[in-house]
Design a binder for this molecule. Structure first.
Ligand code: C2E
Ligand code: CA
Ligand code: CA
Ligand code: CA
Length: 279
């Protein structure tokens, strides 16, 4: 018995050690990775439910590591959030997104809006509004094309500053999406004070407890409430026809999920949705 305990302990220590060294490796490589353009943007289209037609996309970062291959943001974003590097990576993704939008416009294409993630650290940057305004100006874009996703939990501390930042961003023409709505503690309360345009709700979160019926009632109620408050709703993580049909029935505006498409590389997104009709 004691032996097993010691074995477990050894295993535990080893995996903690591995995790730490992995984090150190990630931290050591990140600036080089940025300089060498190893971070790439994938785009996941969003669809209007009623018409099954594309209405936008979300920019999601991946790390094309020269040895380790494609690394998902779930691995490195939490590390970058801890050490602050996420602010640089955020900006890199925003700028790449602006470059793409500019290119599509220059080619006479219809550029559906693209949303980008604003990490908590970026949101607390007192210069954020100016940074984003300067960026869209640099690429001569209307601010409405670059939508901003702010995760619900970022609102939790320093609410007053957040309210002002969001207010100023909206005043400058940006559309604000509240990401991961319903997965934190403060959802309903924040809606009272913060102006957002679009709620993003995670479908996985609702079905996680296995109580489909309860989850569906809650989801339907959130959608009705959002519409009442003048917000539209995007549901994420939709994988099946059944889920899509349910969401259509309860008045969900748009869907982002594997049912329609996985996140795809820039080039594939362009070919499929921007340059699809050839000329
Ligand atoms: P998120 O912002 O909530 O992004 C949605 C995630 O759900 C993406 O994971 C997407 O690939 C995944 N997803 C979409 N549809 C489905 C589906 O039908 N089923 C399932 N199972 N998953 C689906 P991804 O790309 O791995 O990103 C994970 C998280 O990493 C993001 O969650 C976001 O918090 C963060 N992230 C990604 N890119 C960036 C970035 O540029 N900046 C920052 N700050 N965070 C980012
Ligand atoms: Ca997001
Ligand atoms: Ca989300
Ligand atoms: Ca459900």
């Amino acid at each position: 018995c004691k032996n097993q305990f010691e074995k477990n302990l050894a295993f535990y220590n080893e995996s903690i050690g591995e995790q730490v060294s992995n984090e150190i490796a990630i931290a050591n490589e990140m600036q080089t990775a940025l300089d060498e353009k190893q971070f790439v943007v994938y785009l996941q289209p969003k669809f209007t439910v009623a018409t099954d037609s594309i209405c936008g996309a979300e920019a999601l970062v991946r790390w094309k590591h020269p040895q380790k291959g494609l690394i998902s943001p779930g691995v490195f974003v939490p590390v970058f959030e801890k050490n602050g590097f996420i602010a640089k990576l955020d900006y890199y993704v925003w700028e790449r997104t602006c470059q793409l939008l500019r290119k599509w416009l220059d080619d006479g294409r219809k550029p559906y809006p693209v949303s980008v993630n604003i990490s908590r650290i970026s949101l607390y940057n007192p210069n954020l509004v100016k940074l984003l305004k300067d960026l869209v100006e640099k690429y001569n874009l209307c601010a409405g094309l670059l939508q901003l996703e702010v995760t619900e939990s970022a609102y939790m501390s320093n609410t007053e500053l957040m309210e002002k930042t969001i207010h100023d961003l909206r005043g400058s023409g940006f559309t604000i999406l509240m990401d991961d709505f319903g997965s934190g503690y403060s959802s309903l309360n924040t809606l009272k004070s913060i102006e957002v345009d679009i709620l993003k709700i995670d479908m996985k979160f609702l079905s996680a407890d296995g109580e489909m019926e309860k989850g569906e009632i809650i989801l339907a109620s959130i959608i009705r409430m959002a519409n009442w408050l003048g917000m539209s709703v995007t549901v994420e993580g939709v994988e099946s026809r059944k889920q899509r049909d349910f969401l259509e029935g309860v008045g969900c505006d748009s869907i982002q999920g594997y049912y329609y498409s996985r996140p795809v590389p820039e080039g594939e997104y362009e070919e499929t949705y921007i340059y699809a009709d050839g000329g």
